[in-house]
Design a protein around this ligand. Structure first.
Ligand SMILES: [Ca+2]
Ligand SMILES: [Ca+2]
Ligand SMILES: [Ca+2]
Length: 479
């Protein structure tokens, strides 16, 4: 087996914190088996965002993978069961950290930033057992997910919607050459939702994708590769920057030979899903000949900003699939990639994010010789660098903490993208970006990403252990 490495100490330039949350549940009789566990986070607007669900196994353990933006330092756990003596429904809730303060440096300096932890919550709770079947007052569709956490309370096949919040994916396009590290050659603002089963499998993926940057001479298309054992139906439609239906996809050049469903959607086999679903066609069409890539110091006002084509995509799998595998999910994001109009050995080149593609030597193909990636995903609407501005260099970066973050392998300044240290070197995409006609379809998911706030605002709770409380039936009433 090839030893896979990205040459960066495992650092993939992922801003998200991705960890397994382990919950071990025991009562006076030993491990509690088959108990439903929900991991969520409470957003600053007070809403609960479900991150994952699972069921304890024969050892009383559930391992639930979660991925959150770096401004989230703790997640909530809930287990619903009953008191076997009284029959009352009970909920055990608590909080575990996914990041803790970094330890002091070995040279005695003060610590900065946080380190990611994969928390384990050991719960010992007497007079608590799973509902063992179904208490319909609490779980109307008897799928093991209580109504209060079930976004499909009358559909036993579905349990919740995983909402990404808004992100920006930005590419460097000179691959296989290193390029100028301005990360603005192809920039897309996107949001996804996934309808999930009670056991965390995905039945439907929805997404909206708006092209906002083409600081490049090459032309590129954005695609999604899915490595799953089943086929899917793929639906897609487009609007232009004025929310009018856009019909330019068919005429755009295509860069993946033999792809299926480009521009039209259709029913795709597993092999066709892996080859790549067209999300946004060739970038010479989707930004209407513009770039949103001014030189440093050049004027760039609202009237200069061009909102590119937006695609509205729905992928419905024939059967629910587990996407929580490294071949489909890195840093909490699916395998979005770029295909572009330059060929090697007569085949159009492609660019992937780190973590997905490794060469025969085991090295990550998409981290360059200087240890820099050709693609990055940033929470929120990213003000990408101005033309030719190396994001790493002190003399040309708008984000002084980017290098600090990268050199610390993601430990320090996880929120580098929230701190613009020199506005000369960033393009004010975020100021000018506006919603579009498709937002209504994903109304909860496209809400302004609340994680765009600075992590420095976050105070990590003094109690890092799991503290648990039981709530009686009153607290369980679905609201
Ligand atoms: Ca249910
Ligand atoms: Ca349900
Ligand atoms: Ca570039």
């Amino acid at each position: 087996m090839v030893n896979q490495t990205n040459g960066n100490g495992g650092f993939n330039f992922e801003t998200n914190v991705t960890v397994p949350v382990t919950v071990h549940l025991e009562n006076e009789n030993g491990p509690v088996v088959n108990a439903p566990v929900t991991v969520s986070e409470t957003q600053s607007n007070g809403e609960t965002n479900i991150l994952g669900q699972g069921t304890t196994n024969s050892q009383g353990t559930a391992v639930i993978p979660v991925s959150v933006p770096p401004t989230v330092t703790e997640v909530q756990i809930s287990v619903i069961g009953v008191n076997p003596t009284t029959g009352e429904v009970q909920e055990v809730t608590g909080t575990v950290p996914v990041q803790i303060p970094a330890p002091p440096t070995t040279t005695g300096g003060t610590s900065s930033g946080t380190v990611v932890v994969a928390p384990t919550a050991n719960l010992n709770t007497n007079n608590f057992q799973p509902t063992n079947g179904c208490v319909q007052a609490v779980d109307a569709d008897c799928d093991g997910v209580a109504d209060q956490y079930d976004e499909f309370p009358t559909d036993p096949k579905l349990a919740f919607v995983a909402r990404s919040g808004r992100y920006t994916i930005a590419f460097e396009d000179l691959f296989p050459d290193a390029g100028d590290a301005d990360l603005n050659d192809h920039t897309t603002v996107f949001t996804t939702e996934m309808d999930k089963t009670p056991d965390n499998k995905v039945k439907v993926i929805r997404g909206i994708f708006t092209h906002v940057g083409k600081g490049a001479g090459y032309n590129h298309e954005l695609r999604l590769s899915l490595d799953v054992p089943v086929g899917a139906t793929f639906q897609v439609n487009y609007v232009d920057g004025s929310n009018k239906a856009w019909t330019g996809c068919a005429a755009a050049a295509k860069y993946v030979a033999g792809a299926t469903g480009d521009c039209t959607g259709g029913t795709l086999t597993a092999a066709q899903l892996k080859k790549g679903i067209l999300i946004l066609p060739s970038s010479d069409k989707t930004l209407f000949g513009k770039q949103n890539s001014p030189a440093p110091g050049a004027s760039f006002a609202a009237k200069d900003f061009v909102r590119g084509v937006t695609s509205n995509v729905t992928i419905t799998f024939a059967e629910p699939v587990d996407l929580n595998t490294s071949k489909n999910m890195v840093g909490g994001h699916l395998n979005w990639f770029l295909a572009f109009n330059q060929k090697t050995n007569n085949v159009y080149r492609q660019i992937y994010r780190p973590g997905y593609v490794f060469g025969a030597n085991g090295k990550d193909t998409y981290i360059d010789s200087k240890g820099f990636p050709w693609a990055i995903i940033v929470p929120g609407v990213f003000n990408h660098p101005t033309a030719g501005s190396d994001i790493r260099k002190a003399s040309s970066t708008g984000y002084a903490y980017f290098s600090t973050w990268a050199e610390s392998n993601g430990t320090s300044h996880k929120d580098w993208y929230t701190q613009i240290t020199n506005p000369t070197y960033v393009v004010k995409i975020k100021d000018f970006y506006t919603e579009n006609g498709f937002s209504a379809y994903l109304i909860k998911a496209v809400r302004k990403n609340i994680f765009e706030v600075s992590a420095s605002l976050i105070v990590i709770g003094a109690a890092l252990g799991f503290f648990m409380k039981k709530r009686g039936p009153k607290a369980n009433a679905a609201s």
